[in-house]
Design a protein around this ligand. Structure first.
Ligand code: MAN
Length: 446
């Protein structure tokens, strides 16, 4: 710039430039670039609020002329003045002008202490570097957090799809089982009908046999045995009748004692048909202790020996067992479906449920009950409110506000109690990382 000039000439030019810088800096000290237009050096200066016109050399002359303090941006003369720290390399900001030359370094570029004894260092570069590193770190966390969040979302969607497929499969199994069950119920009813018909036929056959003198059939039905033992046809069987008609299996000649007869009648001296069926009939059917005199074998064995009835009974038993198995299986499936339905009734569509369903990613054990999402309308899911906890002694019930913040790991960062029984927790989780933070974080004046 100065290569073509003589040395003397140069000195003059340098002196003029330095003088003008010195004058200019005195005049405009403490203002931001955007306010520079109010301080163009002219003969006079109009206070920014328009209240007063003063000669320009009264700007920053350490005497307050304007009510709004605009004539003294670079001195502490006006009580309401403000001084602009340019802080090149860091963040610019205003300080109250009362802090100018007060012996305390406020601006990192040391510009507020231009006429004080305090040797302020320009620390803006270091501060800027530190803050940039911090922002970069936060951006790295955000990037990684967003990646993890995406992973969680994909896992969530996958789980949801799996559960839905499982539900469909279970529904199919349950439909099949229901169909099987219906078939078995029909089958059982048919078998029962068959068995009833067989029984009817058997009773008919016995009655025929009973009436035939040459028959070798023994009476099977409790009614016919009851009739046979009830010698006097009075509708009841007494101890005498038992002693007269029955004998011990081992010794047909030996009569039953009265006590034995009473025992056979279940402790009674006289029984009607229904008591007979519950007591003596059971003993006669087992054939272990007592038998009808002159008879061999056990009454009622015909049904057991009849292959048709046997088949019907075992088919009915099998059907009942099958039915039980099917009913058990159905019950299990039904319960499974019900459980699944309960789980799937949650809609995975929104982030709220996503947070809920991913409780494997953080398990909050607060003693208060879930209250609500409590973030701002634009970012509702960044705060969770738990309320109605244990009542506080002479105070409110315990409440907890959980602030969800972006982090690469899910962890509790802090727990505070800003007022009695009102807790604030900071919980970091990738779930809370928002792409919008990226723009906000990158936007920097540094
Ligand atoms: C317990 C805790 C505290 C709370 C007091 C109030 O000590 O729940 O957080 O401040 O009770 O009495």
């Amino acid at each position: 710039m100065f290569t073509n000039c003589s040395l003397g000439h140069c000195h003059i030019i340098i002196a003029v430039v330095l003088w003008s810088i010195c004058v200019d800096s005195r005049k405009i000290r403490g203002i931001s670039l955007s306010y520079k237009r109010f301080y163009r050096e002219r003969k006079s200066f109009l206070c920014i609020d328009g209240s007063k016109m003063i000669p320009f050399d009264q700007v920053n002359d350490d005497y307050c002329d304007c009510v709004d303090g605009s004539d003294e941006p670079g001195t502490a003369a006006c009580p309401n003045g403000r001084f602009y720290c340019t802080n090149l390399g860091y963040r610019s900001h205003y300080i109250p002008s009362s802090r100018v030359n007060d012996g305390i370094c406020d601006c990192c570029d040391a510009s507020d202490e231009y006429r004080s004894q305090t040797p302020c260092q320009n620390t803006c570069r270091n501060l800027g570097q530190r803050e940039r590193a911090e922002v970069e770190g936060q951006m790295r966390v955000l990037g990684e957090g967003l990646r993890l969040k995406q992973q969680l979302i994909e896992e969530g969607v996958l789980t949801w799809r799996e559960k839905q497929a499982q539900l469909r499969d279970l529904q199919r199994v349950s439909d099949d089982l229901q169909a099987q069950l219906d078939d078995l119920r029909k089958e059982e009813a048919r078998r029962k009908e068959e068995a009833d018909a067989l029984r009817e036929r058997e009773i008919g056959a016995r009655e025929t046999a009973d009436n035939s003198p040459t028959s070798h059939y023994r009476p099977e039905s409790p009614i016919s045995v009851f009739k046979e033992l009830d010698s006097n046809r009075d509708g009841s069987i007494t101890v005498d009748e038992v002693q007269a008609k029955l004998s011990p299996v081992q010794d047909e000649e030996h009569a039953l004692s009265e006590d034995e007869a009473v025992a056979l009648l279940g402790g009674a001296h006289r029984v009607d048909l229904s008591r007979f069926e519950e007591t003596l009939w059971t003993s006669l059917r087992t054939g272990d202790n007592v038998t009808i005199k002159g008879r061999h074998g056990v009454p009622g064995s015909l049904a057991d020996e009849d292959p048709n009835i046997k088949a019907a009974v075992s088919a009915a038993e099998k059907a009942a067992a099958d039915l039980k198995r099917v009913e058990d299986a159905y019950e299990t499936v039904y319960m499974e479906i019900r459980d699944l339905r309960e789980k799937l009734s949650i809609d995975y569509g929104s982030e709220r449920e996503f947070l809920f369903l991913h409780n494997q990613c953080f398990q909050l054990k607060v003693h208060e009950k879930w209250g609500s999402w409590a973030g701002s309308p634009e970012n509702q899911y960044c705060q969770m409110r738990y309320e109605s906890g244990e009542p506080c002694w002479q105070g409110p019930t315990r409440n907890t506000m959980v602030m969800l913040i972006c982090g690469t790991e899910t962890a509790l960062r802090s727990v505070k109690e800003p007022s009695k029984c009102q807790y604030v927790m900071e919980l970091q989780t990738p779930v809370s990382c928002q792409p919008a933070l990226r723009q906000r974080g990158i936007h920097s004046e540094l």
